[in-house]
Write a protein that binds this ligand. Structure first.
Ligand SMILES: NC(=O)c1ccc[n+]([C@@H]2O[C@H](COP(=O)([O-])OP(=O)(O)OC[C@H]3O[C@@H](n4cnc5c(N)ncnc54)[C@H](O)[C@@H]3O)[C@@H](O)[C@H]2O)c1
Length: 345
């Protein structure tokens, strides 16, 4: 599959490296307004500083890794030229833009996938496999936490400016959490929550958001996305069942599985640690783990384009729902009410 890359920044460079690891994929064009950045990742492929000219290059799919407010224009342009799209998270900076992207993909019968690469982290796969294997019984509730200690973690200021990013903690690490909530709940149809901008005081960029998501069967997830986790970066997913629980957390990466034969029975505990990942990240940075997830994502993307079902990759509807969920937390904060989300079209 011939890929074009839109956006050759920090993540775009990793996406280009991930493509090189695929025997059935090739990077054939790179577009960035910064042509030097494009040339650095292109490894000899043609580079462009103009979207129209880039989209006219012969290719089959594009990977979009520009700031979120730019995702719609590049995606819709790609669909109009018959290309498939793998778009970075968040899929767009507004729900309306996300909806237009899903509609354009449908109209042109192309694949739209979204880079929710946390689905591919080993600690999340462990949770998913334990739940799917029935090790904790019927799922009763889910808990999600993700955060870091704020603005100094960002390498570019668009990352905390609402017109570009679409919001704050909910659009940054929180968008992975709302996707994972849906990944484990099946769907999210009810949202209530409170977000706040009390610490950094950036208009429209919440530094904290706490919420409850509910699926159509009444199973709930608690969610907290934060930029004031003063202890530093951390993410945790916990699924509680009628006879056990499974937790995945990072960093460091770790899993805990508790299995019981009945709610009152004895607990069998399994702890999984990932020393090889910790060592690799110490030597080569966290991006070495992200790179592996990007390689798996692009493999699944090619499979999705080939019509294979059952891949872990998030589709455009998952991307859109995660935006709707973040918007619902915002709306719930303003109104003090619970927000019902209509079924996804
Ligand atoms: N999945 C993850 O783990 C993860 C982690 C971080 C960021 N992201 C997402 O990846 C995307 C890119 O983030 P990043 O950290 O690489 O940002 P970045 O700022 O490092 O790179 C953005 C690139 O886009 C280019 N650009 C800006 N305006 C452009 C335009 N109009 N046309 C073409 N190119 C333009 C910039 O020159 C830059 O090279 C964002 O959507 C972000 O949310 C994902």
């Amino acid at each position: 599959m011939r890929f074009g890359l839109v956006g050759a920044g920090k993540i775009g460079a990793l996406r280009a490296t991930a493509l090189k690891a695929q025997s059935n994929a090739e990077l054939v064009a790179v577009f960035d307004v910064n042509k030097d950045a494009a040339a650095r990742v292109a490894a000899g492929a043609p580079v462009f500083d103009n979207l129209e000219a880039f989209l006219a290059a012969p290719m089959d799919a594009v990977i979009i890794s520009t700031p979120p407010h730019l995702h719609e224009e590049a995606s819709v342009g790609a669909f109009e030229r018959g290309l498939h799209v793998l778009c970075e998270k968040p899929m767009a900076s507004t729900v309306e833009a996300g909806r237009r992207m899903v509609e354009a993909a449908r109209k042109h019968d192309r694949v739209l996938a979204v880079g929710f690469n946390f689905r591919y982290y080993p600690f999340v796969k462990f949770v998913r496999e334990a739940v799917d294997a029935g090790k904790i019984g019927r799922v009763d509730h889910v808990r999600l936490f993700g955060g870091h200690d704020g603005l100094h973690n960002f390498s570019a200021d668009w990352q905390y400016k609402m017109p570009h990013s679409g919001g704050g903690a909910m659009m940054d690490i929180g968008i992975h959490l709302s996707d994972l909530a849906r990944y484990f709940l099946g769907e999210i149809t009810r949202v209530s929550g409170v977000m706040s901008e009390n610490v950094y005081k950036l208009p429209g960029s919440e530094d904290n958001a706490m919420a409850i998501f509910v699926n159509p069967d009444g199973v709930a997830a608690t969610y907290h996305a934060t930029w004031t986790e003063w202890d530093g970066y951390g993410i945790a997913v916990e699924v509680y069942g009628e006879r056990g629980m499974v937790r995945g957390s990072y960093a460091p990466m770790k899993n805990l599985l508790i299995e019981k034969d009945s709610p009152t029975g004895a607990a069998r505990r399994t702890v999984k640690r990932y020393p090889e990942i910790m060592l690799r990240e110490k030597l080569k940075s966290w991006t070495s783990t992200a790179l592996i997830t990007f390689e798996e994502e692009v493999r699944d993307f090619i499979a999705m384009v080939e019509g294979k079902a059952g891949v872990a990759l998030a589709d455009g509807r998952a991307g859109l729902r995660s935006l709707e969920v973040a918007a619902a937390v915002r709306e719930s904060t303003a109104s003090g009410r619970t927000i019902d989300l209509p079924p996804l079209r």
